[in-house]
Design a protein around this ligand. Structure first.
Ligand code: GLA
Length: 390
């Protein structure tokens, strides 16, 4: 009897929630870094990743906060080995994944990798299904710090259960790893993933354009639209992910890159650059490295901004910041330039007097009195930071 009782107690202990946790404290603010997918898709290699890491250091991006270098789909060989282990592509990553991880760490980065919760990745390479604990041990042994876990070829699998299995596998492997869920918002992860991962994609893939659409992908204007209402689900340690940045890629003009970056900062989105950092024009570098915009994204309060108003040609977004500050973003989503004229009193979330700063012009504009006027070109933004007058 006593033995039975002890056994039951042991089973309860083993199944206790302590065994099923995500690593806490890894994403107090939205993760920032660079990911290979948007520019290179499967055309990646050890030398490309090293060159990119070097460019991210020399361009000042690393100093600006871009810490994770994430190797997306395409790093694997087509088959697992006889023991079921994942194998890096021998031509593209001839020294293996630990070696590239060591290089990234030696340059002061954290090391991210991609795989898929299904049987195969979207590129048809081995997926993690049924190998979760074995793979998590491999990632830990390679020094991985961030896992982006995709959702292609999942068959009839249940998303919540599948991602929880991988969370538990990472936890069991013992190395703190940021867990990035990438099931495209299909199963409303914002309603269940808070204790599963640190960020979750909310939509299909972003495309390098303002407002084009593909079968499973969207320009950033449409992705922005799909974030409305999700703000209540984000906070320190658990973020909505409206997908990686297209800033600086050929499908966006300068205004569209600036507006995309500003609005992703308003959303407290993970800032994963997706451009070729080796060939970055000055204007692109100035967008990605703007410290005042990054500070809005990375604000310690961890509140995702929301849309306050939408009129034809004019959207107003607000984001509460620590210390009583606010970020306010005016976005012209139309194809015509407009002249902004806003009565400060209409911005009802503001309480009292503030000092107003334009974070792109890098100019102090005085107080929030009377009317705010500014030219607002097509697809561009005016981004302000307001600080209470003490
Ligand atoms: C999916 C993801 C993308 C990228 C590709 C790789 O489409 O949503 O971000 O990781 O897979 O195949």
């Amino acid at each position: 009897m006593k033995a039975k009782y002890t056994l039951a107690l042991l089973l309860i202990c083993l199944a206790s929630p302590l065994a099923a946790q995500k690593f806490e404290g890894l994403a107090a603010t939205p993760p920032m870094g660079w990911n290979s997918w948007n520019t290179f898709q499967g055309n990646i290699s050890e030398s490309l990743i090293k060159e990119m890491a070097d460019a991210i250091v020399s361009s000042g991006m690393q100093k600006a906060g871009y810490r994770f270098i994430v190797i997306d789909d395409g790093w694997e060989a087509p088959e697992r080995d006889a023991q079921g282990n994942l194998v890096p592509d021998p031509t593209r990553f001839p020294h293996g994944m630990k070696a590239i991880g060591d290089y990234l760490h030696s340059r002061g980065f954290l090391f991210g990798i991609h795989n898929c919760a299904g049987t195969k990745t979207c590129a048809g390479l081995p997926g993690g299904r049924g190998h979760e604990f074995q793979d998590a041990r491999a990632y830990a042994s390679w020094g991985v710090d961030y896992l982006k876990y995709d959702w292609c070829n999942h068959g009839t699998a249940n998303a919540e259960e599948t991602y929880k299995t991988m969370r538990d596998a990472l936890h069991a492997a013992g190395r703190p790893i940021v867990f990035s869920l990438c099931e495209w918002g299909d199963n409303k992860p914002w309603t269940w993933a808070r204790d599963v991962g640190h960020l979750w994609r909310t939509t299909g893939d972003i495309m390098d354009c303002y407002d084009c659409q593909g079968a499973y992908s969207l320009g950033w204007k449409f992705i922005l639209e799909l974030q409305v209402g999700l703000e209540q689900y984000a906070g320190p340690g658990h973020w909505n992910d409206p997908d990686m940045l297209e800033v600086g890629n050929p499908g966006l003009n300068e205004a569209e890159s600036r507006a995309h970056f500003s609005l992703w900062a308003m959303l407290a989105a993970p800032l994963m650059a997706g451009n070729d950092a080796r060939k970055m024009p000055e204007q692109v570098r100035d967008i990605l490295n703007n410290p005042e915009v990054i500070a809005i994204d990375q604000d310690a309060l961890g509140k995702q901004g929301s849309r306050f108003m939408k009129h034809p040609g004019k959207q107003i977004w607000s984001k509460e910041l620590s210390g009583g500050d606010w970020a306010v973003c005016f976005f012209n989503d139309s194809d015509e330039a407009v002249q902004l004229r806003i009565d400060w009193a209409h911005l009802s979330f503001l309480k009292g007097a503030y000092r107003v700063r334009d974070v792109w012009q890098k100019k102090d504009l005085g107080r929030n009195e009377g009317e705010f006027r500014a030219p607002l070109p097509s697809h561009d933004v005016v981004l302000l930071r307001l600080t209470p007058v003490k």
